[in-house]
Design a protein around this ligand. Sequence first.
Ligand code: NAD
Length: 511
Amino acid sequence: MSLSSLEKNLNQLQDLRERFRREPIKHLIDGEWVSSSNKETFINGSPIDESIIGEVALGTQQDVDEACQAAHNAFSDWAAMSGAKRRELLHAIADSIEANAEEIALVESLDTGQPIRFMSKAAIRGAENYRYFADMAPSARDGLALPAQKHMNYTVRQPIGPVGVITPWNTPFMLSTWKIAPALAAGCTVVHKPAEWSPCTAALLARLMEEAGLPKGVINTVHGLGETTGKALTENALIRAIAFVGESATGSNIIRQGAETLKRVHFELGGKNPVIVFDDADLDRAEDAVIFMIYSLNGERCTSSSRLLIQESIADEFIERIKKRVRSLRVGHPLDPDTEIGPLIHASHLEKVISYFEVARREGAIIAAGGTKIDVQGKGHFVEPTLLTEADSSMRIAQEEIFGPVLTVIDFKDEEEAVTLANNVKYGLAGYVWTSNTGRSVRMAENLDVGMVWVNSENNRHLSAPFGGMKASGIGRDGGDYSFDFYMETKNICIATGEHTIPKLGKAPKS
Ligand code: NAD
């Protein structure tokens, strides 16, 4: 453990912690930092040592209504602002995220338990999201020219209106920027409801956006619980659409809550993603990717490859290799740059993840590595990275999203069985395929019921590419122009260019 770097990071955090302890996190509503209307707060703790980080305003119905009203009032001016001016403002936000990247990364680690080695990149990725969509802002309204005989059709896009953005606790900073940046670039105003388990970097992001010069009411952040604050946002009639990232069951609730006001929804939900390794794969690279895609970010990652489907002929050898790697993963303080796995977000999430070890035993799987809760310096929500082998597809450990550093291994005979097993879950977010056979990689990509397939690759994401899932993993796609399709209305305009026949009703003599 590189103690000196850990100590340096802890020292740097000291001032930030003082600030959070002194000043409760407030809502940003209509350009003002405000407490909740009834002054209520909730306590936010750190998963590292269960210490209190600080108090957070607990959003009421009135707070949400005021934020939605502010977003509504700000909408027409923001939508009318030139794309070039919006581009300038979004680049200014990206500049300040970059300037504060270290602080964001440290606070994100403190609040979520994510290792600092991943969080420093997440802050920079957040800035990239703003830059990418900033440059798209001037052309967001452009539509298509669709000529027809004697008519010219063309389309234009207009921002849909004020939108609600509801985000989860896993990599909360990056995921918030991913939703908010395209919404602002499109010309929408935003009310953001961050996850109650990780409010800190959402508050930092709101501050950076305000300081960068966003007009008041364009971004509003209301903290609070999902069942009350989040629900109020999804039910508010002034909000035209909800962009949501979180659990599939919450997605169902949001559809119900938004039904009355006919909300447009964009959902990025859970996953139980397969990584399929064939015996002709480059096993060294496959091994690195399998380990990275489930054990990075504490396994609290929607695109994690939580099911390893391994071809029978190489199963024993490959599982041995994976087992060795899992046992060597470094669990520790997330602010230590050497740490590969930090504590899980919350005591109740830790309980959920641990409960699957007993489920695995009952179902007849083998815990080949890990399988227990551990303490780091006697505290925290730490769990050993875990490998579950000899599983079959009907088991809960093969069907349910555990959302921790837990990999379930199932073997398969041939390509046909691999596809059947891969698709035999309610989710359909991502699939990873490792093979050196080009034809097979194309067939597999075609046959997997998932929104994204990576072949001989870990999750390398390009901002222009569509991101999203099928089945219980989501509705809609993010990324590039796909984001604008959600945040904007497409309008078709049809102009006659010649004299087409118009039926002449009412011209014939009445009998
Ligand atoms: P969650 O659904 O419990 O909470 C997400 C957000 O929704 C929080 O802000 C919460 O307060 C709010 N919420 C809860 N109930 C609500 C309600 N009734 N109305 C309105 N808002 C409500 O999810 P989580 O536990 O925070 O996050 C983990 C989940 O997110 C996992 O299932 C993971 O797979 C998923 N996820 C998906 C993607 C993706 O891109 N597909 C990305 C990241 C996370």
